[in-house]
Ligand binder design. Structure first.
Ligand SMILES: [Zn+2]
Length: 442
């Protein structure tokens, strides 16, 4: 089989990287809000994105379809029809006034890799399916991952009944886009899908601070989001003496907020944030009777995250008890960490080492990604590209072309290894998590 190094393709890795960046910028011009990049789930601009990306897929020799969840899917056939399938993907939707690379880059890189494979001549022993997920950001329906949930057969009836601000349901949005929710079971992958690879911008400062182009995800952190309410007694700031007669909710909460930061600083891999606070009516000459604070805690290890939560709650109660302030809480999100597949991740790390000449940097993703949903059914791996300025979810979000070239080279090396050692995909596929056949629970 012919090697698929760059000379086989006819353009340099530099030119390929420039093309990938240019394609992302072209997609960014498909928007529903003039002057910015805003593309919600199945909004009209998504038709243009499908035409554009679908065109690149077809030109690479892929067969293209849009599934009933609005995911764009291009398949580069393998040498024989029942071969295993490698999925490469990310999302095509955006937040309001987004940058050009969050999500889109992973789809465009998948198409570029398929082009490279196709132009190398001989078909591969596995098929490549590039997926542009219709929804990941959760903007339109307040629930993220609609596209990848459909892929794993978990887009349930309650989700389909959710409504957006105009009162349109998810099922209605699907129909409005010209698709049929009854076809959703056909959007779910079957057992031929044995591995998933996602390229994504880091959306954080770690790689840049270490002057690294690439990072390999070892896990996607688990998350807990809570709201704590500190209840004391509002009273006169001048006539209520200091000491036990004062029930100051704000002073209690302030002590607790500092402890949230101190404990996380002292705990390896833990991030904890009080991002939003609110004090009842509030006045300069009144002791705060009530204080409401959010808490966001993330860690790759669920035990460490749960231990942190227990500490934060007991600390809040103890700080409250000292001032006769009661503390109550509600939990709005409690999501377990998702490990990436060990063998695929090691293989990706090797590919990075081989192509960059440096040991791979393994990194825990603090943000959620499609890979965390896909991993329910398909062993998954993720490669992060440095985010200049650590910036994302912003129109100035960008990538360096040399980092794109490095990611592309690592991707080619990863595919070469899968091609040359046929046992890898077989082994990974056989050990896939939660193999289920019931399809959608609609
Ligand atoms: Zn993203």
């Amino acid at each position: 089989m012919k090697a698929f190094e760059e000379e086989a393709v006819g353009i340099s890795s530099n030119e390929r990287a420039q093309m990938i960046v240019a394609r992302c910028r072209e997609i960014a011009r498909c928007t529903d809000v003039e002057g910015q990049t805003t593309r919600k789930f199945l909004a009209p601009s998504m038709h243009r994105v499908h035409t554009l990306v679908g065109g690149w897929m077809r030109a690479a020799g892929m067969s293209v379809r849009v599934d009933a969840a609005g995911n764009l899917r291009g398949v580069l056939a393998a040498v024989e029809p029942h071969a295993p399938r490698l999925l490469i993907g990310s999302h095509l939707d955006t937040i309001a006034n987004a940058g050009a690379f969050d999500g889109v880059l992973g789809v465009v890189m998948g198409v570029a890799l398929a082009e490279e494979m196709a132009s190398a001549g001989a078909p591969l022993p596995f098929a490549i399916e590039v997926i542009g997920f219709s929804e990941e950001e959760g903007v339109r329906f307040g629930k993220p991952f609609l596209g990848s949930l459909a892929l794993v057969g978990d887009l349930d009836a309650a989700t389909l009944a959710r409504t957006d601000r105009e009162g349109i349901t998810v099922a209605g949005a699907i129909r409005g886009f010209g698709l049929d929710p009854a076809e959703l079971p056909a959007a779910a992958v079957d057992d031929s899908a044995v591995a998933y690879l996602e390229f994504h911008i880091e959306q954080g400062p770690v790689l840049e601070s270490e002057r690294l182009a690439l990072g390999v995800a070892d896990a996607i952190a688990g998350q807990t989001r809570m709201t704590l309410t500190f209840t004391g007694q509002a009273n006169h700031a001048g006539t209520t003496p200091m000491g036990p007669l004062r029930r100051d909710a704000l002073a209690t909460a302030a002590q607790w907020v500092v402890e949230v930061e101190r404990y996380a600083n002292a705990s390896d891999g833990l991030v904890a944030t009080v991002g939003k606070v609110e004090t009842g009516a509030g006045a300069g000459n009144v002791i705060a009777g009530e204080f409401i604070a959010t808490l966001d805690v993330r860690h790759a290890d669920d035990d460490a995250r749960n231990a942190a939560i227990r500490h934060y709650l007991s600390y809040a109660k103890a700080a409250g008890a000292a001032r006769s302030v009661s503390v109550s809480y509600t939990t709005s999100l409690d999501q377990a960490a998702v490990a990436m597949d060990k063998e695929l991740t090691a293989l990706l790390g090797d590919a990075v080492a081989r192509t960059t000449g440096r040991e791979p940097r393994f990194i825990t993703s603090g943000a959620g990604h499609d890979a965390m949903i896909v991993a329910r059914r398909v062993p998954s791996a993720m490669l992060f590209l440095r985010s200049p300025g650590g910036l994302s979810h912003h129109p100035d979000e960008t990538v360096l072309p040399e980092d794109v070239a490095a990611a592309d080279a690592a991707g080619v090396e990863f595919l070469r290894r899968l091609r040359d050692d046929g046992s890898v995909l077989e082994r990974i596929g056989g050990a896939a998590p939660g193999r289920r056949h019931e399809g959608i629970h609609a």
